[in-house]
Design a protein around this ligand. Sequence first.
Ligand SMILES: Cc1cc2nc3c(=O)[nH]c(=O)nc-3n(C[C@H](O)[C@H](O)[C@H](O)COP(=O)(O)OP(=O)(O)OC[C@H]3O[C@@H](n4cnc5c(N)ncnc54)[C@H](O)[C@@H]3O)c2cc1C
Length: 506
Amino acid sequence: MTSSPGNAFDLLIVGAGINGAGLARDAAGRGLKVLLVEQGDIAGATSSASTKLIHGGLRYLEHREFGLVRESLAEREALRAIAPHLVREQRFVIPHSPDQRPRWMIRLGLALYDGLARGSSLKRAEALALRGTPFGEPLRPAFTHGFAYSDLVTDDARLTLLNAFSAAQLGAQVRTRTRLVAARRAGAEWRAVLQAADGAQQECAARILVNAGGPWAAQLHRALSSGGATLRLVRGSHIVVPRRCAGEQAYLLQNDDRRIVFVIPFEGEFSLIGTTESTVDAPAAAQGAEADEVAYLCKAVSRYFAAPLDAARVVWSFSGIRGLFDDGREDASAVSRECRLLLEGGPGEPPLLSVFGGKLTTYRRLAERMLDTLGPWLPGLRPSWSAKVHLPGGGLGPGGLNGLLLELARRHPKLPPELLLDLARRHGTLAARVLGPAQTEAELGECFGGSLYAAEVDYMIANEWAREADDILWRRTKCGLKADEAARGRLAGYLSGKVTAAASSA
Ligand SMILES: Cc1cc2nc3c(=O)[nH]c(=O)nc-3n(C[C@H](O)[C@H](O)[C@H](O)COP(=O)(O)OP(=O)(O)OC[C@H]3O[C@@H](n4cnc5c(N)ncnc54)[C@H](O)[C@@H]3O)c2cc1C
């Protein structure tokens, strides 16, 4: 096993989901020496398999989680300000179904939601007549009334990635495909053993160890501590189908089991539909949906939409696992989404901080809270800063995304507007770096499907830790939806050549 003096850190963070990446950014920006390790790809687990909402969580009001909803709504504004290229306002239509929650209850819930979002820049909720309107058009004629409200949608994997990218720009070391296999306390520090994908092991030292292992957090906690935290692992699946309706609206459908199913415009030509909810025994990286989950979602949609949906229409599916702190409740939907922090370490001992649960929406506040919790071990820590500084590519200026698009079109007049839009959404102002001097599609190199060209692949290898085809097709972009089998194979071949060349020149 090798170790070197450069392998000593203030903070070793295990897990580059949104919680680990968000903490790495915040801590590196406050001058701490940070190492972030991830056993797979950045956002390779839950943080690429969410519903992709930056939201207060309308249904958490039913469970009286007012504090969580208020904090999440405040974060909605913060993320809109720091990552305007990655979030956009989404209008949701709730078709009213008389056998579900009564109309007064929804009206009251929405008023409360808007009230808790004091000072919000999003459009307020309203009651709607659906018959003969574009919002009612795709629905069965029985749905004559409804409501509309607003939240934000994002790209969860890219949000996570940009936090890791920003952390690295601020001096953090980010090592993907590197697993923490063991750690022990040695005096005032942790000694950790890290294992790379090729099996090589390396030791590093850190003053503080953070367990941000998502669904693996309880497992990691048991390996690192004598305590025995338990997590309720709740799997949720989504399907992607050809677009269900014209227009930009999404739908929130109330289901018979009192759960809700979202139908959200996705990547232009598609709709994202989710989620299911079932308890599982073991954590796993993101996978596809099971047949019964697909059937459940198709049935929920067919109940509301005039055109029924069946499994044959599914072009992609994915599922993720929430690790919820087990508070002993029967119903998975009722277990709190509130995050739990567990700090362990006596006087003179290096601390272990574990994160259980949480939401994509609140990662930034969670990072602040984690550093506050670690305050006694971090004397003189600089104050919080992350609410005021754009994520990479987010400094769009007063013209917003449209302003950036105009500028890109001015500099690259021969490139198709749809390509520029995709790049602007993925990279914000950094799209200029991806494009470089290229003026034509041919100058961007080989096309691997949709708007994915070799120039962007090269950028992602150099700056975004991309190593395998899936890293790019399904996480850093969603071009997998448009790449056929042959294009995927060509991308895999291209990547293996590039990655091998990079490794041998390193
Ligand atoms: C179906 C579903 C829908 C959701 N929708 C939303 C939503 O719309 N909005 C919202 O705000 N929230 C949503 N959430 C919640 C949100 O997605 C999660 O709270 C969040 O992604 C969890 O992030 P994380 O960093 O804790 O975990 P993860 O993203 O799972 O990251 C943990 C990482 O730790 C790594 N790891 C584990 N063990 C080790 C080890 N030993 N060494 C190295 N690395 C290790 C794993 O590989 C993994 O990448 C949803 C969750 C689910 C499941």
